[in-house]
Design a protein around this ligand. Structure first.
Ligand SMILES: CC(C)(COP(=O)(O)OP(=O)(O)OC[C@H]1O[C@@H](n2cnc3c(N)ncnc32)[C@H](O)[C@@H]1OP(=O)(O)O)[C@@H](O)C(=O)NCCC(=O)NCCS
Length: 173
């Protein structure tokens, strides 16, 4: 399994494969910004917008590619455009295809993003994740600190309001 950093061109070229990951996460009930069912067309359009953000330097995208060339996971870092916030980034869209979960790939993607952030001088990462999700256990075991819970934060894919938990992690350069 290779974890590759993708530039805007690559994200655009492979938006369909990233869309498959996103649709699979939504179909599995993950709260990643969309309601179910999420169609491939809508998901691919969303990734093409991310390609623009990546080309503009507002987003960094990594993809896990297996030996057959299949995309099995992804993670992104979103950089704020405010001059007072250049030291931090938001970890977003950590997703592993349901067929590839439980083998350490989520942790590897998370570590990849954390190390890349630290290497570029980012000293603070933050994220939000649905309260009680398996992802919470991953973040906690990777040394992230729970900052608090916001009730009724977002709709689940099935359309029910759910709380989110905010996490942060300080990085050392
Ligand atoms: C969260 C997610 C990325 C984890 O990916 P993964 O490849 O299965 O994770 P790993 O195999 O690296 O597991 C890492 C840790 O996560 C936790 N974990 C992962 N899946 C879990 C589950 N179903 N139940 C309990 N803990 C789980 C465990 O602590 C595990 O550590 P361990 O193996 O030492 O016990 C994956 O479940 C996913 O894509 N979920 C849907 C999208 C999502 O919710 N993303 C987070 C948005 S903020």
């Amino acid at each position: 399994m290779n974890v590759e950093r993708w530039d805007g061109t690559r994200v655009r070229e492979r938006a369909g494969e990233l869309a498959e990951l996103l649709a699979d996460a939504v179909a599995g009930g993950a709260s990643v910004g969309f309601l179910a069912p999420l169609g491939r067309t809508e998901a691919a359009a969303w990734w093409r917008e991310r390609a623009d953000a990546t080309a503009a330097g507002r987003l960094a995208v990594w993809a896990a590619v297996d030996a057959t060339g299949r995309v099995t996971g992804t993670v992104s870092l979103a950089y704020p455009d405010k001059p007072n916030s250049r030291h931090r980034a938001e970890l977003v869209k950590l997703m592993v295809h349901r067929t590839a979960r439980g083998q350490g790939l989520g942790r590897r993607l998370l570590t990849t993003a954390e190390q890349a952030a630290a290497a570029t001088g980012i000293t603070l990462l933050h994220l939000d994740t649905e309260t009680g999700s398996p992802a919470e256990l991953l973040y906690r075991s990777a040394g992230w600190t729970r900052a608090g819970v916001i009730p009724d934060y977002a709709l689940s894919p099935a359309g029910e309001l759910r709380p989110t938990t905010l996490y942060f992690k300080r990085l050392q350069g």
